[in-house]
Ligand binder design. Structure first.
Ligand code: EPZ
Length: 427
């Protein structure tokens, strides 16, 4: 079992460049199904989830050339299957992002029902309701979703109950070839949605309004392959901003658009963290005490749920108390429970966490529950008294490329080690 060991108390400073966004790259890869031929994606993060999505595409008949560590040439000419295996969907629920593209290309799709995960039920009812409005018929059979379009795809107006990222993406991709116009109202506005819409338009789609709550898609007849650069990962950037903030920095984070972290950086400023803006990034440092601020996670441009744990790691050391409210996922306070092992004082009441600042963390053995919680535990370890050992770091590997190497380049005393799996029956 691999673990990350961190010695607390060392100065953390330097510059890192973030990779392309995981939550864009996965959908861009799925979208290549809609443009038979070779689409080249650059700035692709070399992370476990991208490898799984590559397996999904290959299972459908695609060929993938890894031109370099961050460049994939994806040939979808020979894609001739429309069923995704449960073994892969169960590894990564984002595999459901191929549903829209498969329906667009074949008029049908068989996708394993994604299970839940540590942070919530992760339902896809909004995906299904929206696609039904476009003429898709669904049957659930033995854990698989069978989608068919007996009368083809016809544009329609879909009002989402919640600005769901995945539902917005699947609807956008399923409506590219639909007859007429599709309107997605209450659409998600995340930068990754904009990146996907940009690539689809480069391929020949006609999508307006991405990044706003109202997206309009005019059906076209076909798409052609392109070369597209994945947008910088704002959440990886926010994670390293939190690292500079907790340890004092200065840490310069490059390779992303600071506008994509607007509210996070505003809250960091209110917490007493110094942020300067550069060409394609920011420099983060702190000399003053951390001050408490209340956080409510919401769809973009609200405070991102994917920065909740990393920010809580800061707030738990603030001079005072605050409330963190998680409005996006129903079970995303696992970090809050785990960080208590390091001395944090956090009380969870439903989807609120009352955070009472403590003077310091003490190093401990802790477990990652999802990739952001895992990163947040390492962040806490950087300033803890003694050694922190984070296990279940496969969660971190899903979304952070070379996480330990990047920490080491900033001066952290951190290492990845392998522990023999415990022989539970050993006497
Ligand atoms: C994407 O998940 C991201 N994952 C998540 O990042 C991110 O936290 C989330 O968007 C919100 O920003 C990828 O892009 C691969 P949602 P997604 O649909 O699309 C409920 C990370 O750490 N819901 O906006 O699944 C859902 O259960 C990951 O990188 C329904 O009830 O998010 C959740 O509570 C974690 N029915 C909420 O809405 C539906 O049909 C938001 O989900 C769809 C969603």
């Amino acid at each position: 079992m691999d673990v990350i060991e961190v010695e607390g108390g060392y100065p953390i400073q330097g510059t890192i460049t973030v990779e392309g966004a995981k939550n864009s790259a996965l959908k861009l890869m799925a979208a290549t199904i809609m443009a038979p031929g070779v689409t080249t994606l650059t700035n692709v993060p070399n992370i476990a989830d991208v490898h799984v999505m590559g397996k999904v595409l290959k299972a459908l008949g695609a060929k993938i050339d890894v031109l370099d560590e961050h460049t994939l040439a994806i040939d979808t000419s020979a894609v001739d299957k429309w069923e995704t295996p449960y073994s892969l969907v169960s590894q990564m629920r984002a595999s459901t992002a191929v549903m829209g593209p498969l329906i667009s290309r074949f008029g049908k799709a068989i996708v394993a029902m994604p299970g839940g995960c540590n942070i919530g039920a992760r339902k896809i009812d909004m995906h299904i309701l929206g696609l039904e409005a476009l003429g898709v018929h669904f049957e659930i059979d033995h854990g698989n979703i069978h989608a068919t379009t007996p009368d083809g795809l016809t544009g329609s107006t879909v009002l989402l109950n919640f600005a769901s990222v995945g539902a917005t993406e699947n609807l956008m991709m399923a409506s590219v070839f639909a007859k007429g116009t599709t309107v997605i109202d209450n659409a998600a506005r995340e930068p990754e949605i904009v990146d996907l819409a940009n690539m689809l338009n480069e391929m020949g789609a006609c999508i307006k309004g991405a990044g706003s709550p109202l997206i309009e898609i005019e059906g076209v007849s076909k798409l052609h392959p392109v070369t597209h650069r994945v947008v910088g990962d704002r959440i990886e950037a926010g994670t390293f901003a939190a690292i500079g903030a907790i340890a004092g920095g200065p840490v310069t984070v490059k390779g992303f658009d600071p506008v994509h972290l607007g509210l996070v950086l505003k809250k960091f400023d209110q917490m007493g963290i110094d942020i300067t803006y550069e060409e394609d990034g920011i420099t983060v440092s702190r000399t003053a005490d951390l001050m408490p601020v209340d956080i409510q996670t919401l769809p973009f441009p609200g405070f991102p749920t994917d920065m909740q744990a990393q920010t809580m790691a800061l707030l738990a050391l603030a001079k005072g108390s605050c409330v963190v409210t998680e409005n996006v996922f129903e079970n995303r306070f696992m970090f809050a429970s785990e960080i208590q092992r390091m001395g944090a004082n956090i009380t969870i009441e439903g989807h609120h966490a009352i955070v009472r600042g403590v003077p310091a963390y003490s190093g401990a053995e802790v477990q990652a529950s999802d990739l952001r919680a895992g990163a947040a535990l390492v962040i806490a370890g950087l300033v803890a008294d003694g050694t922190t050992v984070v296990s279940n770091i496969h969660h971190i590997d899903r979304g952070y490329e070379k996480f330990v190497e990047k920490l080491q380049s900033l001066g952290a005393v951190a290492r990845r080690t392998t522990r023999p799996d415990e022989d539970v029956f050993a006497d």
